[in-house]
Design a protein around this ligand. Sequence first.
Ligand code: SME
Length: 161
Amino acid sequence: MVKQLSITKTSNIDQKYGELSVQLGALIGDEKNLYANLANVSAALKQAFDFFWVGFYLVDTPDELVLGPFQGPIACTRIKKSQGVCGACWEQGKTIIVDNVDNYPGHIACSTESKSEIVIPVFQDNKVIAILDIDSNQLDYFNAKDAVGLEKICQIISDTL
Ligand code: SME
């Protein structure tokens, strides 16, 4: 098991996600406990990229997500299906990038410091079981490279289920 993350500071974004994926694979190993793995993935993403907020919402009932492991300021506890960016990601089953949260109809503001956001679904047997949600305090922060890197990380989580 990896005890310390090592991300090369000078790496470009693809390399950083690549380095992180390899180390997350080793960190997770054959651990099957979803909460433990989501907690470590949140911590690793925060440490590697210093995102403002990074964490998971888990499908809790047929129409509601509940807050899971995260790193950052306190956040909304429950989100209804189709509400906000996370609810839309759950409903659509696809990654959503929001360049400016103020321009996203229905965006749920857990912090006024969040300016842009990316959400990625985590699947089990082709059903969304959780959402990885990352907020930046800068506008236009996330791009297609983040989507590719984070979808790979969500796939690593799915592979444990
Ligand atoms: N902004 C999200 C809510 C969760 S927080 O960003 C942590 C949304 O609109 O679903």
